[in-house]
Design a protein around this ligand. Structure first.
Ligand code: IMP
Ligand code: MG
Length: 182
């Protein structure tokens, strides 16, 4: 594992097998807390691999999640959050009276999941819960905490398992830490 391209290094942080185990555990926690006809709303683009694995794990728990995606953006091409969450696309689907699970790759400042939760509440959801594969508690800037978290990690920039650095490395099967050689 590990990879090098251009000016950055990627060092493995969470192996593929550890991700798979934790996704299974998360699906058990979620299936115990939400009804089987929940709606999973993935935040694009970073959550696409996590959502794909999570909904299949939920199926093994007997759930039949509807799957939707909402495109939000806060990072552009850099490694520092712009501090503003933009709604890039429209969210298809009817959410009135539904139990919704908003799913993102990383909870960083907390703004993205807070905004997504507000959007789903505004659409009439009966209850909105949230899930982040990774959580960087040290970076929180708004008073929001995901209900389900895969791994708490330190304040490092990560890629892989759907997560990018300038649109690269989403294909890595593991989560790696980006380091810039001196
Ligand atoms: P928040 O709105 O600040 O919580 O940011 C959440 C979003 O920031 C996530 O959906 C990611 O797209 C992005 N993000 C935060 N940390 C990282 C990182 O280490 N690598 C890549 N993207 C990140
Ligand atoms: Mg994202």
């Amino acid at each position: 594992m590990g990879g090098k391209a251009d000016d950055v290094d990627v060092q493995p942080l969470i192996a593929a097998a550890a991700l798979a185990r934790r996704v299974d555990e998360l699906s058990e926690e979620i299936a115990a807390a939400l009804p089987p006809d929940l709606v999973v709303v993935g935040i694009l683009t970073g959550s696409f691999v996590f959502v794909a694995d999570l909904v299949r794990a939920l199926d093994r728990q007997g759930a039949q999640p509807e799957v939707r995606f909402l495109q939000l953006a806060s990072y552009g091409l850099g490694t520092v959050s712009s501090g503003e969450v933009q709604v890039v696309g429209s969210l298809a689907g009817r959410f009135e009276g539904r139990h919704v699970l908003v799913v993102d790759d990383i909870q960083d400042t907390g703004r993205t999941l807070a905004v997504a939760t507000r959007i789903l509440n505004d659409r009439g959801a009966a209850a909105v819960r949230s899930c982040a594969l990774l959580d960087k508690p040290a970076r929180r800037e708004v008073d929001f905490q995901a209900d389900f978290v895969g791994f708490a990690i330190p304040d490092v920039f990560v890629v892989g398992y759907g997560i990018d650095y300038a649109e690269r490395y989403r294909h890595l099967p593991y989560v790696g830490r980006v380091t810039t050689p001196a």
